[in-house]
Structures are given as structure tokens and as C-alpha cells.
Design a protein around this ligand. Structure first.
Ligand code: NOJ
Length: 563
């Protein structure tokens, strides 16, 4: 029965192709379609001023590493002035740099060094909320008739002791905070120290778009826009319905169905205004949005041809996916078929909000995951440290930093474990900092660090470099169509094709060897180009037999000599 199901699945995917209209040559495609994005969590990348926290000069000092790795663009999580209640996602000034990270001169140096190396800079932009220490909020809370009062969402309680409605914060608890000064509540989708801006107010809109212009004029190549689905609220403030599927193991926020606080129509108007702002600047600037949504909701963030929104709404579906060929094949199919015409896909395997890839899947599968991410159709985003195969770091209770762990402890939602410092070398502090780092260092840093892995031709770092080089040199990988040709119990295989050229990717998801059968005749011209094992034993251009045996946890990319 199981075999029959696998066979049916295999057949269903056979001959199924997407992106057939993909560009025939890559020359006119924008950089963000051809390129690979690398996310830097700046607190944890490189400390140069000895405070145990990374900084912008640290990023500048490590640019050669990034250029050598072979990525194209860097997205840096927020480095604006911040009280750091949510580690930079609580912003107190949208047009400056937090002194812990440096200053505007450091920023200008960093961006010019980024551009000198032919790389791009994507900044984080956080439109949903400010810090409660932002001067706008301080004015807003000062009195009911302050001109900035309506820049935020204020209401009287339903009763003297109850908030205006049942809305809940993403981080848990009521989304309303009583401000004793004026006796009204303000709305916060995240922490109480992160009051929500009222995007229905025209002055908020223009002030925030001005902040974007400030950075665009300074040369940034795009934005990753934070928490877009939360941007607008229905100001009728009706209660949200209870979620019947909620149970105590789920996030507190899942108790409700967010029909009045999530994905509102007005939010799309905001993203359109951001896109217009970007498009009013010269060059190819990219707008990426952050929202964890099913594909049908996610793709709404592309907007339409006449009213475009994001170039790429981040696709996080690999993060939550069960690590099985059939599941991933279905994701590819569902994603591709939900994309509006002309919309460009993207894939993400990790970030600062989730457990690390190597802790979510079997560590031995991380090489297969690297090959998957860097051979799928769509711009890949790599999270710093995943190229070293790093796992979550254990953070003892006394070292916890993340407010999510503090507010909802012990459920595994805390984000510190994936935010631990980069490990560069064997020295104390792993080359990250000479001071006590803000989060613990990976205990195995002496063997897993960048310097050690760079010397090892078979390390996972060497694999990332080889894959990035292959992707750069093979337009069929960056821009070609994708055709899933097998999704069985252990194997996922797909073809990437552009013009007359194609590559075949075969991934073994199991801990046992697995045999891939080429279609009749094709094997006579198929050659192995790259294996996740990085073995150098094969002769170049040696034709493979019609059945190919993959090692446990191995992925292989094949080329075709006939092309
Ligand atoms: C998403 C960010 O990635 C996360 O780190 C942050 O806590 C929330 N948005 C709130 O800004």
C-alpha cells in the first residue's frame, strides 16, 4: 500500500514543470533573482570594540569572508538605536545607528566596502511598531490631545479594569497596555515596549516612508520589511474569534483567529506605498516582506502587475516542513502553482527567530539541506552560521536574553539558541569577541570554526562554497525552470533547465544508501558534477551507469554531456 502510494506520488510529479517561462538568459534578470542572500544577526557576527556584542565595523572586517563564500547580498537585522527589549526590533530612531553597533560614519564605510566587493546591502525595516522610548511615542503618551496621540492606537478600556477587546500579543498575553498617565490603553502586537504605529494616519505614513528614503539615499539596495501581516488593524476593534484548534502546547497568540489584526486590506496599501518609494530611486532595489503565511495568503504580498508590492515575500515553508521527499516535493509544487504570473520565488531555511537547521533536522542531513536550498528555483537566503552546520546552543536559564523565552518559558519558543555568536577561530571567544559574549559560544567552536573548516576541503563550509560557485556559474540553477521527477520514500530528484541546458539534482533523505534509476538512455551521457560528500575520487566527465547508488545522506548534482 505504502509502495503504491509512493509510486503514485512519483508518477504525479513526473513531467511536472514550473517556471517554464523563466528567463532564457540571465543577463537582463535583476541581481536579487540571480543572487543569494546571507542574513547577518549583527549582535552575534563580530565584535571589534570589546563589549561582547557584534558591531558594524565587525561586519566590515568580515566582508572578505562573505565575498569568498560566494553570496551576493547581505541582509542585516536591525542596528538602529534601541533599548534592546527585542534586540533591535524595538526602534527608538529610524534614521540613526545604535552606539553599540557604531555610528553613521561606520555605516557609510561598511556600505562602501560592501559595494566595492560587488555585494549588496539589504536593511531591516520595522514598520509595525516603534520602541516605547521613541520620541514619537513619548509625545503620544504625554497627553490625550498631543498632536502625535493618533500616531499610535489608544482606546479606553471596555470597563475601568478591562482592555478594549480580546486581542492578544504575538509574544503572549493581552495586546493592550494601560498607560496610567492618561488612563487609556495602547495596542502592541509584540512587547508592551513595542507600541504599534497607526498606519491609517497620513503623517505616520509619510514619516516612515521618509525613513526609508533616508537609507535609500545612503545607498542601501533594499529592505527586508518586518512583520508585515501585523501592520494594519481594523480600528472598529471588534473581538477576534477563538481558535477551536488551540491547545496549551501552542503559542498563546494562537488562541485567536486574527481576522482584525492580520493581513488587513490596508496593509497591502502600505506595502504598495513602500514599493513606490523604492521604485522612485534608481537602480535595482529589492523589497522583501516577512510573514509566516500559507501560500495563498503569502502570495498576496506580491501585489499585482499594476499595483506591485514585494519583489519577494519570504517563503519560510521549509522551516516548518517535515523533512521528507514527498512533503518537500509537494511544497515545491504548491508554491510554484500559487505564484502569480511573473512573481519571483524564494526559499529560506533558517533565521534568528527559529531553531537552527541542524537542530530541526538530522545533523547528517544538513548537507542535503544545503544542496536543496542552493538548487531550488528561487532566491535562497542563508542564515549566518548555517554554512558551518551549527546547531542551537544550549542557553542556561541564567543566561536567557530573549523576551519570548521570558514570557512563555520552557515551551521551546525562545530564540537565543539560534542567535549565539559566529565562531571564527580557535582563540578564546572564538574570534568573535575578547570580552564575555552576550550569549554563550558554541561548545565545539575549536573544531567547527570558520578557520578550521576553510582548511578542510570536505567541510560543510567547503560544500556551501562549491554549491554557491556552481549556482553562480550555472544560470539553469539560478534562473531555470524546475521539474520534480521523483519523490519517493528516500529520494527527491528534480531537473533545473534553462534554454538547452539542464542539471539534475538527486537527494537522499535517508540514513541508508539509495538507488536512483535514470530514465532509459539518459544515463549514457550523465556525469556527476558535485556530491555533498565532496569526494574527489571520480574522474571528471566520467559517465555514470544507468542506476546510481547514493550514499546515506548524500545529494548529487548531475550534468548531461549531450547538452
Ligand atoms: C520579526 C522579527 O524577525 C523578530 O525577531 C521580532 O521579534 C518581531 N518581528 C517583532 O519585530
Amino acid at each position: 500500500m505504502v509502495r503504491l502510494l509512493q509510486f503514485t506520488l512519483t508518477l504525479a510529479y513526473l513531467f511536472w514543470t514550473c517556471g517554464a517561462l523563466a528567463a532564457q538568459s540571465g543577463n537582463d534578470s535583476p541581481w536579487w533573482q540571480k543572487g543569494v542572500v546571507y542574513q547577518i544577526y549583527p549582535r552575534s557576527f563580530q565584535d571589534t570594540n570589546g563589549d561582547g556584542i557584534g558591531d558594524l565595523n565587525g561586519i566590515t572586517a568580515r566582508l572578505d569572508y562573505l565575498a569568498d563564500l560566494g553570496i551576493d547580498a547581505i541582509w542585516i537585522s536591525p542596528f538602529y538605536p534601541s533599548p534592546m527589549k527585542d534586540f533591535g526590533y524595538d526602534i527608538a530612531n529610524f534614521t540613526d545607528i545604535d552606539s553599540r553597533f557604531g555610528d553613521l560614519a561606520d555605516f557609510d564605510l561598511m556600505i562602501s566596502e560592501i559595494h566595492k566587493r560587488g555585494l549588496k546591502l539589504i536593511m531591516d525595516f520595522v514598520p509595525n511598531h516603534t520602541s516605547d522610548q521613541h520620541p514619537w511615542f513619548m509625545q503620544s503618551r504625554a497627553s490625550k490631545n498631543n498632536p502625535k496621540r493618533d500616531w499610535y492606537i489608544w482606546r479606553s478600556g471596555r470597563t475601568p479594569s478591562a482592555p478594549p477587546n480580546n486581542w492578544r500579543s504575538v509574544f503572549g498575553g493581552s495586546a493592550w497596555q494601560l498607560d496610567p498617565e492618561t488612563g487609556e490603553y495602547y495596542y502592541h502586537a509584540f512587547l508592551k515596549e513595542q507600541p504599534d504605529l497607526n498606519w491609517h494616519h497620513p503623517d505616520v505614513r509619510s514619516a516612515m516612508l521618509d525613513a526609508m528614503k533616508f537609507w535609500l539615499s545612503r545607498g542601501v539596495d533594499g529592505f527586508r520589511v518586518d512583520a508585515v501581516n501585523e501592520i494594519a488593524e481594523d480600528l472598529a476593534l471588534k473581538d477576534e474569534p477563538k481558535n477551536p484548534a488551540w491547545n496549551p502546547s501552542r503559542r498563546d497568540n494562537d488562541r485567536l483567529i486574527h481576522i482584525y489584526t492580520g493581513d488587513q486590506k490596508a496593509t497591502h496599501g502600505v506595502i504598495r506605498a513602500m514599493r513606490k518609494t523604492l521604485d522612485s530611486f534608481s537602480g535595482e532595489r529589492v523589497l522583501i516582506t516577512e510573514s509566516y503565511r500559507p501560500f495563498d495568503k503569502l502570495v498576496e504580498y506580491y501585489g499585482t502587475t499594476t499595483e506591485p508590492e514585494a519583489h519577494m515575500p519570504f517563503n519560510f515553508h521549509l522551516i516548518g516542513a517535515e523533512w521528507k521527499p514527498a512533503v518537500i516535493a509537494k511544497l515545491i509544487k504548491d508554491y510554484e502553482s500559487s505564484l502569480p504570473k511573473g512573481a519571483w520565488p524564494d526559499w529560506v531555511e533558517g533565521n534568528h527567530d527559529n531553531h537552527r537547521l541542524a537542530s530541526r533536522i538530522e545533523p547528517a542531513q544538513t548537507r542535503v539541506a544545503a544542496m536543496l536550498l542552493l538548487t531550488l528555483r528561487g532566491t535562497p537566503t542563508i542564515y549566518n552560521g548555517d554554512e558551518l552546520g551549527l546547531k542551537d546552543v544550549v542557553v542556561p536559564p541564567e543566561a536567557v536574553q530573549d523576551p519570548v523565552e521570558v514570557l512563555d518559558p520552557g515551551k521551546g519558543f525562545g530564540r537565543d539558541p539560534s542567535r549565539a555568536p559566529m565562531i571564527w577561530d580557535q582563540s578564546d571567544g572564538a574570534g568573535f569577541s575578547k570580552a564575555k559574549p552576550w550569549l554563550p559560544i558554541e561548545p565545539q567552536f575549536k573544531t567547527l570554526n570558520v578557520a578550521m573548516q576553510a582548511k578542510d576541503p570536505k567541510s560543510i563550509l567547503s560544500l556551501y562554497k562549491a554549491l554557491l560557485k556552481l549556482r553562480r556559474n550555472s544560470p539553469e540553477l539560478s534562473l531555470g525552470s524546475i521539474q520534480v521527477i521523483e519523490a519517493s520514500k528516500n529520494l527527491l530528484a528534480y531537473r533545473r533547465k534553462l534554454g538547452g541546458k539542464s542539471l539534475l539534482v538527486v537527494l537522499n533523505f535517508s540514513a541508508r544508501p539509495a538507488t536512483f534509476k535514470f530514465r532509459a538512455n539518459t544515463s549514457q551521457t550523465m556525469v556527476k558534477i558535485l556530491s555533498t560528500g565532496l569526494d574527489q575520487t571520480d574522474q571528471p566527465n566520467q559517465v555514470v551507469p544507468n542506476k546510481f547508488r547514493l550514499m546515506p545522506h548524500e545529494g548529487v548534482i548531475f550534468g548531461d554531456l549531450a547538452q
